[in-house]
Ligand binder design. Sequence first.
Ligand code: ATP
Ligand code: MG
Length: 237
Amino acid sequence: MFSEINQKNKLEILGKLAASLSHELRNPLSAIKLNLDYMKMGVDELPEEMLESLESCITGVERIEYLIENILSFSRRNRNSSEKICINDVSKIAVSLSQAKASREKITISTEYLDNIAKVEFSKSNLLQVFLNLITNAIEACNGNRGEIFIRTHSSGTSPYNVVWAITDNGMGIKDEIKEKIFGDFFTNKESGTGIGLTVCKNLLEEKDAKLEFSSEFGKGTTFRIFFKTELKVQDA
Ligand SMILES: Nc1ncnc2c1ncn2[C@@H]1O[C@H](COP(=O)(O)OP(=O)(O)OP(=O)(O)O)[C@@H](O)[C@H]1O
Ligand SMILES: [Mg+2]
């Protein structure tokens, strides 16, 4: 019993340590990223191999940023306050933040947003995190093979989950035998994955009573859909 409590305390301390370490890493990392982007501005004067190493530094920094943001979201539930927000606006920010990564992989992202979509109660930064994680997965699923990603918002027509954000990719798809596992905590089938992306999405969406579903055909592609709860009737959406 005592060792159980001891173990729980250790895990709690470890969690706090991971969170504060992640937080401390944020600023120096932004400085590194900013300087790398600045160096990239002189692209015309750089030899080809220098540009390649610069690109790989940027990719590395982006991966660390991804992990830091997700560790912080995972360990600090409910810290961000929610407000009535338009998911189209947040989605546009997520797409523009993902654009550089997508272009590097020769992937196009197209969008179709429903005008005057009903607002939802959510934290802007949490929702941005969810969208970024799902876009990152879609990009990774395309594996650089002339990928196409389509993001759409619409009304489901079924109350109370009226507002829908959907992302479709024409990537590798998900094998039937792992479909049940992907929402399991920290499941990954990627060589350098941690499985934190969907775990964080699931937690942040559950907090706001939103649903995350997917359909996928192996070899063809995948669609993830988020259903947001709203009090408004369909005609108001
Ligand atoms: N769009 C997608 N297409 C194909 N498989 C997907 C897609 N999204 C998720 N998956 C599957 O779900 C698993 C879990 O995704 P999750 O984002 O939680 O972790 P990850 O992407 O493997 O690692 P990390 O997010 O830490 O980089 C993935 O490893 C992959 O097998
Ligand atoms: Mg992921």
